[in-house]
Design a protein around this ligand. Structure first.
Ligand SMILES: Cc1cc2nc3c(=O)[nH]c(=O)nc-3n(C[C@H](O)[C@H](O)[C@H](O)COP(=O)(O)OP(=O)(O)OC[C@H]3O[C@@H](n4cnc5c(N)ncnc54)[C@H](O)[C@@H]3O)c2cc1C
Length: 263
């Protein structure tokens, strides 16, 4: 533990990350890429290790913000959801959807064992609603890690409703959800646009919403998320029971803070 910790201060980007982490009230994490592999043809799993992960206590659905060099004068960052966390092994798995061509995808494609990674986290305000007895997850493949991490944490006496858009057959991802699952789980995009909400709107419209308190979690492409959120509210869900997050925006680069521009 001493070796890793004592070498972190000298890492490029560490000082900026420490200042950012302090401002956000999270941890600065100097990590290394462990094993990487293709989970599906369009999703790359990257294992990150580092002793500092031993102090992290992420909630299901939270993410790490990864520093990816500079863009202009500012550090460029992208956010990736913690798909699995193993505190004893000081390891997190990130699953990256391989679409588009930006700093995040280039980092994911170039990652190889031993590569240093500077991150801060855990980040993110959306996690399981403790008041809900059913949980609806809907979004695209960038949201799959958050949806699956949260769905796997739903107790088996509650229920999960799941509709995640992926490229097509052969792109389904492994999961270990304990609660009963209602819904298609995977919706195929085919040749359609990833910002066209039609397929997921149809999938959600055909889902019977169970009785009792429920919560919906929506994530993915900017326009897709807005349309799904509006549809769920129009269907009668109270706005404060629909948590939504825009992850990326078609045709536009995310800002250096890792978020899509709103305007
Ligand atoms: C809280 C949060 C959690 C996230 N968790 C994950 C996660 O676990 N896994 C994950 O894969 N992503 C996740 N994302 C999205 C991720 O942070 C990046 O937005 C994504 O990897 C693209 O980054 P980039 O730098 O390659 O592309 P950018 O520089 O942002 O964009 C470059 C170009 O690629 C296009 N593009 C970007 N993404 C896609 C896409 N999915 N399909 C088609 N075109 C695209 C853009 O429209 C743009 O034209 C999350 C985002 C947030 C805000």
């Amino acid at each position: 533990m001493t070796t890793e910790t004592s070498s972190t201060a000298a890492r490029p980007g560490r000082q900026e990350n420490e200042a950012l982490a302090e401002r956000l009230g999270v941890l600065a994490l100097s990590l290394r890429v462990g094993h990487t592999h293709e989970l599906t043809p369009s999703c790359r799993r990257i294992e990150l290790t580092g002793d500092e992960l031993g102090a992290m206590e992420p909630l299901p659905g939270q993410d790490l913000m990864i520093a990816l060099g500079e863009e202009g004068a500012r550090p460029c960052r992208r956010r990736y959801t913690i798909r699995h966390f193993d505190r004893a092994a000081c390891q997190v798995d990130l699953d990256i959807a391989l679409h588009g061509d930006g700093p995040g995808i280039r980092w994911a494609m170039a990652s190889e064992p031993g590569l240093p990674v500077e991150a801060v986290g855990p980040r993110g305000k959306i996690s399981l609603d403790p008041e809900a007895t059913w949980h609806l997850f809907v979004g695209d493949d960038a949201f799959a890690p958050a949806a699956l991490a949260m769905a796997e944490a739903v107790p088996d006496d509650q229920s999960v409703l799941l509709a995640i858009e992926i490229d097509g057959a052969g792109h389904e991802q492994p999961e270990e959800i304990h609660a009963p699952v209602v819904g298609p789980r995977w919706v195929h995009r085919g040749q359609g646009s990833p910002s066209d909400p039609a397929r997921l709107l149809e999938a959600v419209a055909s889902l019977p919403l169970p009785d009792g308190p429920g919560h919906a979690y929506v994530g993915g492409e900017h326009h897709l998320v807005a349309a799904l959120r509006d549809a769920l509210v129009a269907r009668g869900m109270a706005p404060d029971t629909v948590s939504f997050k825009s992850y990326w925006r078609l045709g536009r680069q995310n800002a250096v803070n890792g978020e899509p521009e709103r305007t």
